[in-house]
Ligand binder design. Structure first.
Ligand code: VG1
Ligand code: CO
Length: 542
């Protein structure tokens, strides 16, 4: 039986860089999640009788909202829901399920790398039939709908037994509870040379993978230990917990420091990797070297042909605007197109669908390819393993040789988290006002060449996305980029992206922060960060 429930709009249900993210107490208000889910359905057309994939990263509220979403899908006329066992489904695995089973779309419950728990974060994201995050046209429509919504539909049926694989009924709708790992693991086995990786590991190569008590645990256990033969214990923190063990499931040098230290120690593993809450991010560390996500994208692009799925070469490489330009140099050498998109994976979808790009990446620990329409943490780790196994060299040597060949893009991101929203907006507005006056101005020995507020013209559908970040580019090729985060749940986060290109191999062993000191000083000078935000140092440096 279906009920129609009267409701009133909530303010601020605007999807950000990657879906709607709020604190759990906000999400747990009566009708809050329901309003958003109904607004998603109301913004779609022709889904009657079709299939919806549902799953999440296992965080607090995951199971409750999954039950709600299933009952609402039934009441709104979907023909079938496919849901991961235990409510578990990583973001890239959800993308694969949507594509493989030709679903109409999917609902992913996650706030990614943000902490989970009764007072932490929760999120809902809608993905379309190509398996990718809904484009702005749809997220804008969803937001408009949330402002007007006055009723939602929900079935009165019982909860679905999420822990038991099988097929159930919710009113007339079928619900299939499936193994969230099997199809994904099969896909990875198609893409990569598992035999080569298996022998490399059997030969003594040691990997440590930290699932950070988040969604990748079951995937990494199955793939890295069971299928690739890494010894038990190679995958750690592999049980998804509702509060991620009280940690930030954010794989970077701050939150995955233990793993980093271990790989750097003389008797530690040869290679370390970690993934985030929903499994789409990756951090990779080789002995003696932390590989920045921007460098990782460039090195993976230069070596992708060593993996079976990419042996015919790449169609093109896409990176988000703040990501370093290291990948562009690889594209140039390969004679393929390089694309620059706004931050957020949704902008890669059209390029991948149109066959224009094969690999995509973001500086924020995101890398992926045309195998799905999301960034994919484990995929990146496996591509690294495939390359290491085939080349038989250390990650340290591979990256250093890469720099020697292409030059090194020194790169860092400085985040100022939890600053006042008004101060953050004021800072960005003031920067925008200055843009026209900047070209030709100097700071120390640096001269500004161009400055703008990045606008993206999608080459596939012609859509235009403006105000995607302030870029200041110097004659030397160095850059400073400023933008505000679109994934936070309290206050504002200012991100400052710093990049300096160094062609000379004699200068490839310098300290990154020291090398970028001039640009860091310029960023403070031009934006007045201290004066406007009261902060004299970033909260996170990656
Ligand atoms: C951040 C990253 C961005 C990434 C987004 C979603 O967005 O900078 O590159 O696509 O998170 O990733 P923002 O707007 O906070 O800078 V995930 O793993 O949080 O879904
Ligand atoms: Co994520």
């Amino acid at each position: 039986m279906t009920k129609t429930i009267a409701t009133k709009p909530f303010d601020g249900q605007k999807p950000g860089t990657s879906g709607l993210r709020k604190k759990v107490p906000v999400f747990a208000q009566p009708h809050y999640a329901e309003n958003f889910i109904q607004s998603v359905f109301d913004s779609l057309e022709d889904y009657q009788g079709k299939t919806l994939v549902i799953g999440g990263d296992g965080r607090y509220l995951n199971r409750e909202v999954i039950q709600t979403a299933i009952k609402m899908a039934a009441a709104n006329g979907f023909g079938k829901v496919m849901v991961g066992q235990g409510g578990i489904l990583s973001t890239p695995a959800a993308s694969n399920m949507i594509r493989k089973y030709q679903a109409f779309g999917g609902i992913i419950l996650s706030a990614s790398h943000n902490p989970g728990g009764p007072n932490e974060d929760f999120g809902i994201k809608y993905n379309t039939a190509n398996g990718g995050p809904a484009p702005e046209r749809i997220t804008d429509a969803i937001y408009e709908r949330t402002k007007l919504i006055d009723r939602y539909r929900i079935s009165e049926a019982d909860d679905v037994p999420l822990d038991k694989i099988g097929t159930y009924k919710v009113d007339d709708m079928e619900v299939e509870v499936f193994d969230p790992v099997a199809d994904y693991a099969a896909l990875m086995e198609e893409l990569f040379d598992f035999d080569a990786i298996r022998s490399y590991i059997a030969g003594g190569f040691r990997i440590a993978f930290d699932a950070m008590s988040a969604v990748t645990g079951p995937y990494a256990k199955e793939i890295i230990e069971n299928r690739l033969g890494a010894p038990e214990g190679s995958v750690r923190n592999f049980v998804p917990l509702e509060d991620f063990g009280g940690h930030h499931p954010d794989p970077n040098l701050v939150h995955a420091k233990e793993l980093y230290d271990e790989v750097m120690s003389a008797d530690g593993p040869d290679f370390g990797a970690a993934s985030d809450g929903d499994g789409d991010r990756n951090m990779v560390v080789g002995k003696g070297i932390f590989i920045t996500p921007s460098d990782s994208l460039a090195v993976l692009a230069a070596n992708a042909h060593l993996a079976p799925a990419y042996k015919a070469g790449l169609a093109g490489i896409a990176r988000s605007m703040p990501t370093s330009q290291a990948a562009d140099r690889v594209a140039e050498k390969l004679g393929i197109e390089a694309y620059e998109t706004p931050t957020g994976w949704k902008f890669f979808g059209n390029l991948l669908d149109a066959g224009k790009a094969t690999l995509c990446g973001e500086e924020s620990f995101g890398t992926g390819s045309n195998h799905v329409r999301e960034k994919d943490g484990l995929w990146a780790v496996l591509l690294w393993l495939n390359i290491l196994a085939v080349r038989g060299e250390t990650a340290f040597d591979i990256v250093n040789k890469h720099w020697a060949e292409y030059g090194r893009n020194y790169y860092s991101r400085h985040d100022y988290e939890g600053i006042e929203t008004d101060a953050a907006n004021g800072l960005m507005d003031a920067l925008r006002e200055k843009l026209a006056t900047l070209p030709g101005s100097t700071f120390g020995d640096m001269t500004v060449k161009e400055a703008d507020d990045f606008a993206y013209h999608d080459p596939v559908d012609g859509s235009v996305s403006r105000n995607q970040g302030v870029r200041i580019m110097f004659e030397s090729g160095s850059r400073v980029v400023f933008r505000l985060s679109g994934t936070g749940t309290s206050g504002a986060t200012l991100r400052v992206y710093l990049e300096h290109f160094e062609p000379d191999p004699a200068r490839h062993e310098e300290d990154t922060q020291k090398t970028l000191a001039g640009l860091i000083a310029y960023a403070e000078h031009i934006a007045g960060i201290k004066e406007r935000t009261g902060r004299d140092a970033p909260t996170v440096i990656t």
